[in-house]
Design a protein around this ligand. Structure first.
Ligand code: ADP
Ligand code: MG
Length: 339
């Protein structure tokens, strides 16, 4: 009979980390979400070699008070949830208090931060064999995290990584979604020394979509601005002629968070029934706004799937929003014909 024992702390930590951090893009997602939660208006992300050797996220958010810095790296340490009742209505992207702990368990991490009202900032280095180190440092207001040598101590994980280009593309996908979910934030992405994305942060969704998807895609879009009951739907959908061979350009956001929702996808496609060919799929960038209590985000660590307390209002709102936009999209053409 094998003996049952409690795992030692370090092994347990590595296992827990593996659940949050499975590849570079997972690290970037957690870090940029922290920047958003910190109220940043400018976020710069730089990666090298798909992020495996080097990732840097810099923001101009609220920063972290020097005395809180070491705590931020402890598992289940968060400033976003105080008690059980907060779990019923989560308004931030993060809430588990696991990201920094997990990242520093599997990489070398360096943090620079200067909190609002502090004269100088601090540097904190952790995640290697050496003891963590907290020192004073001159730095601008906000926070920078540098993550090096991801999975240096977990070769099994390292083996499962795809080619650098694939990992880099996955990071790019995260940042595209971030730019479109937060048009009020300027997002800059530098990949192996080249700028890949620079959204202006002018609060216009159309500018963010343009920065991410380019002119050709943007030119096929019809605006959506709709409300049904408690659900608001706004953004853009593709004209039937701009439909695509797959669903990869269906972007749904709930309360500022990119999500996958079968319900929303089904509703969108239902609205195009009869106006697009089989095998073609509508594209969209749609923001749904619902009361926090109507969504359960405490579902999956990657938090891509959300559950709605009631799916029906979501379906109806997306369906009618798309229908009415498609009808309105047809109208100018009819008017032109009459002229
Ligand atoms: P969570 O985001 O779930 O709270 P994290 O491990 O991602 O957990 O971060 C822990 C804490 O560190 C956060 O609650 C926040 O207070 C602080 N923090 C992390 N990143 C930033 C940042 N970029 N700016 C300001 N504070 C940050
Ligand atoms: Mg977080």
């Amino acid at each position: 009979m094998p003996k049952i024992r409690v795992l030692d702390k370090q092994v347990a930590e590595l296992i827990a980390a593996g659940e949050v951090v499975e590849r570079p893009s997972a690290v970037i997602k957690e870090l940029v979400e922290n920047s958003v939660d910190a109220g940043a208006t400018v976020i710069t992300v730089e990666i090298r070699r798909g992020g495996v050797t080097y990732m840097r996220v810099t923001d101009n958010g609220c920063g972290i008070a020097p005395e809180d810095v070491p705590t931020a790296f402890l598992r289940h340490a968060t400033s976003k949830v105080a008690g059980q009742e907060d779990l019923n209505a989560i308004g931030t992207l993060g809430f588990r208090g696991e990201a920094l702990a997990s990242i520093s368990a599997v990489a070398h991490v360096e943090l620079f931060t200067r909190a609002e009202g502090e004269a100088v900032g601090v540097r904190y280095a952790c995640g290697g064999e050496e003891e963590p180190e907290l020192t004073e440092a001159g730095c601008p207001g906000g926070t920078t995290l540098v993550v090096r040598d991801l999975f240096f101590n977990t070769p099994a994980r390292m083996k499962f990584l795809k080619k650098d280009v694939t990992e880099g593309n996955s990071v790019a996908g995260i940042l595209d979604k971030l730019a479109m979910s937060h048009p009020e934030i300027s997002i800059r992405f530098i990949r192996d020394g080249k700028e890949q994305l620079h959204s202006p942060g002018d609060s216009k969704l159309s500018s963010a979509v343009y920065a991410v998807c380019g002119r050709e895609f943007s030119s096929t879009l019809i605006p959506v601005d709709y409300r049904l009951g408690h659900v608001k739907v706004r953004g853009f959908i593709s004209a039937p002629a701009g439909c695509r061979p797959n669903r990869s350009m269906q972007n749904f956001f709930i309360n500022g968070r990119f999500i996958r929702s079968r319900t929303a996808m089904a509703a969108l496609e239902e609205a195009y029934k009869g106006s697009i060919m089989a095998g073609k799929f509508p594209a969209c960038v749609l923001h749904l706004e619902v009361a926090c209590e109507a969504v359960d985000v405490n579902v999956h660590p990657a938090k891509l799937e959300v559950r709605f307390v009631n799916e029906r209002p979501i379906f109806d709102a997306v369906y009618h929003a798309a229908r009415s936009a498609l009808n309105a999209g047809d109208r100018p053409k009819e008017m032109e014909l009459k002229k």
